[in-house]
Design a protein around this ligand. Structure first.
Ligand code: SF4
Length: 446
């Protein structure tokens, strides 16, 4: 049996695309392997949102191509994802032994592409490139995913690809193309298929889910889609990501009042607490608007837990701007955040602001300070949960302890507690014993 190994870098869209690659190649008889050394096809699904994951690609490719060079059997090496889209032919020119480069929109064609790139002769290379963007019709490929192969408690469902915004730091509109929404009927069909196989938690994903469907006459809005997914029998929880604070409307906030299946956690990227920086980022909301959204969300769902993204050291960010970000962190009391130093990305308009570049050591010091404060807030929030009983959807065995299972609360807290595997897929009450920075420890109440 042929084996495929896929290394994934980056966001949930990439995790989802990797799942599709496995499912599609599985139809051609490929078995998934965790060992790159055993694989006949090695694929690296790349991320270009920051410089660091892009650099990881090059060290990964060094290892993968060494395997191709030294094995006495044909090994096909491919680069997928956003760096593939961004660099295209340049990657093939730089790595002459690389067999295949394909962008995110070419994932549905992965079977033909791998077929075209594979050779029967060890060390031979054909070099195949596919970085075409799909149109709306061809994007609708839900039926290509075999829901029977998921076997999971939770699953991602893509509702949209690409983005029409032009946040000045972001490369996504270049690598993923303009925003296209999938048909909601197809999304619902996929959700039903997943629920039938035992999936209990659906995470709807897109670059800017709040603008879902707005470009298509007669299509459901994002809020209407949430109500429709909530009606699917078997679905117990609904999450979604990513939201843009400018586009989060009152209808979605109302959904938090109406839909108990909609979980009490929202990732709402703010990026900065300074209006000046938000303007330079072209985010089209200000601090006041963001805080008002937080109030409305907590009014609709009092136990709402918020997480966010921060970029530190964006060009022109002053000490005062940074202090505004720090004060926003405290004011909202985000329970977790992803924070990064600004990273220059090719083709983004923030490059025009580089004359105001923040010195790397200043950006680093700001990052360290913010992350330290975030840790304090996270630990305090988790410790305050001790003694509370929460409903936990059990996902599987703990990675570290035998006889311990793990699952998530509605507020997206990972909790470990002693239990058996027959609990997987069930929602059970768990009393919190202890809070750590990133997880909780608990006890099943039964
Ligand atoms: S909304 Fe902004 S940050 Fe998000 S994908 Fe679109 S351009 Fe990038």
């Amino acid at each position: 049996m042929k084996k495929v190994f896929v290394q994934t870098f980056g966001c949930q869209m990439n995790v989802y695309d990797t799942g599709k690659i496995h499912a599609l190649l599985g139809k051609d008889g490929f078995e998934s392997t965790d060992s790159m050394n055993d694989a006949d096809v090695i694929i690296v699904n790349t991320c270009s949102i920051r410089e660091k994951p892009e650099l990881k690609l090059h060290s990964f490719l060094g290892d993968a191509l060494k395997i191709k060079r030294t094995e006495d059997r044909p090994v096909t090496v491919a680069v997928a994802g956003c760096v593939a889209q961004q660099e295209g032919q340049k990657l093939l020119n730089r790595y002459r032994e690389l067999d295949l480069v394909f962008g995110p929109d070419a994932v549905p064609r992965v079977r033909e592409l791998v077929d075209a790139a594979r050779s029967d002769v060890p060390r031979a290379t054909k070099q195949v490139l596919d970085t075409e963007f799909l149109d709306l019709e061809t994007y609708a490929f839900a039926s290509e995913l075999d829901p029977g192969s998921t076997g999971q408690v939770g699953a991602f469902v893509t509702i949209q690809k690409g983005c029409d915004n032009k946040c000045t730091f972001c490369i996504v509109p270049t690598t993923r193309g303009p925003e296209v929404s999938r048909s909601s009927d197809q999304i619902l069909e996929e959700v039903k298929g997943l629920a039938d196989t035992g999936v209990r938690e659906i995470t709807l994903i897109g670059q800017n889910v709040n603008s879902y469907g707005l470009k298509v006459a007669g299509e459901r809005t994002f809020a209407q889609l949430l109500y429709a997914v909530s009606d699917v029998p078997g679905v117990e929880r609904i999450r979604y990501t990513t939201s843009h604070p400018r586009d989060m409307g009152p209808d979605v906030i109302q959904a938090y009042r109406d839909l108990p299946k909609l979980t009490s956690h929202l990732h709402l990227p703010v990026q900065s607490g300074s209006d000046r920086v938000l303007r330079r980022m072209k985010r089209f909301y200000n601090r006041e608007h963001y805080l008002s959204l937080v109030d409305q969300l907590r009014d609709a769902r009092p136990d709402m837990v918020l997480s966010t993204d921060f970029i530190l050291g964006f060009p022109g960010e002053t000490d005062e701007d940074f202090e505004q970000t720090m004060s926003l962190l405290d004011e909202v009391a985000f329970e977790s955040s992803f924070s990064f130093k600004y990273s220059q990305r090719p083709g983004t308009s923030a490059l025009r602001l580089l004359k105001d570049e923040v010195a790397p050591d200043v950006a680093q010091a700001r990052l360290v300070r913010l992350q330290q404060r975030q840790r304090e807030i996270s630990i305090a929030a988790h410790e305050s949960l001790s003694g509370q009983t929460m409903d936990v959807l059990v996902e599987g065995p703990s990675r570290y302890d035998e006889g311990v299972v793990c699952g998530r609360t509605s507020t997206f807290k990972m909790i470990n507690f002693p239990g058996t595997l027959d609990l997987v897929g069930k929602t059970v009450p768990v009393s919190v014993i202890r809070g750590f920075t990133n997880s909780l420890r608990g006890e099943w109440v039964h």
